[in-house]
Ligand binder design. Sequence first.
Ligand code: GLY
Length: 351
Amino acid sequence: MQKINISNSVDSLFEELKDIKPSSTFVLTDTNTLKLCWPILQKGVNIPADHVITIPAGDDNKNLESLAYVWQQLSEKGATRKSLLINLGGGMVTDLGGFAASSFKRGIDYINVPTTLLGAVDAAVGGKTGINFNGLKNEIGVINPALSVLIYVGFFKTLSQENIFSGFAEMIKHGLISNPTVWKHICETNLDNIDYQALPKLLHESIHVKEEIVAVDPTEKGIRKALNFGHTIGHAFESHAIERGETKLHGYAVAWGMIAELYLSHKKCGFPKEPLYQAIQFIKENYGAFYITCKEYDRLYELMTHDKKNEEKDTILFTLLSNIGEVKINTIVEKQEIFESLDFYRDSVGI
Ligand code: GLY
């Protein structure tokens, strides 16, 4: 398993880094984390200024050009097979940096230091790395876990409330796919007033859900698909928002997707009403709504057929739940049922 350290104190992060003895260390940042996070990390590590590699921020830059730039910098600055790359950033940086490290000289070690809540609970953990290519998200990449994931929750204090909520949506998902105790802790969280002292414990519990699943199925042949709960409809919402010229944060789209997929879980797998309404209430209160009309259902359906998790053309496979922690992967759902779930979503959020 990857080593994961979560702390309120940046010194704990420095302690972890002290024990690693690479021949040389490089840091990858984007233009935002260079300004906001590198000054904090820099205090506890001895890394020369020319070993800091910076790529432009934003998912549009998770591309071949940025990747080639990282390879070029590592090569020109004399990185060897024993060098270490520290990825300091959100999912874009940890995905691209993880792939750059996994492919440079056939693979060097890397450490993820996620600076967003979304990155900490999802992208930085579990070894998925890669870039967008040919207009497709995460089209090229490998699964190769970081040596360790070091989480300093102080970095999250500079995030907007929307970005905190976006990351928390993946924690809601972890609650639903794990067990009633984790789920209870999620429901008890007051998102308007995050308790940063208590956050490491909550994060630990949530990340552990993902770690355990990835340990059993690192390459997503089976149960790792549990982590896709809410994402089939969520991704369609996210892509459709872009088509409409709007941007919706990933976690928000997943939260709305979970409402529809909980309906499907209830209808097809008997997911009980009590946690169904509990989850809907929590999402509705904190995430508002994505406005859609029934005229958009066909387009949303078409977007769902492009989901790379589908194994056959025109068959949409969902990860559903028969109860908290009882996951049913590869459930075929018919078009009519998907439309019903979109009706349910609209009713639930009151649009
Ligand atoms: N983000 C889902 C996974 O890592 O499998």
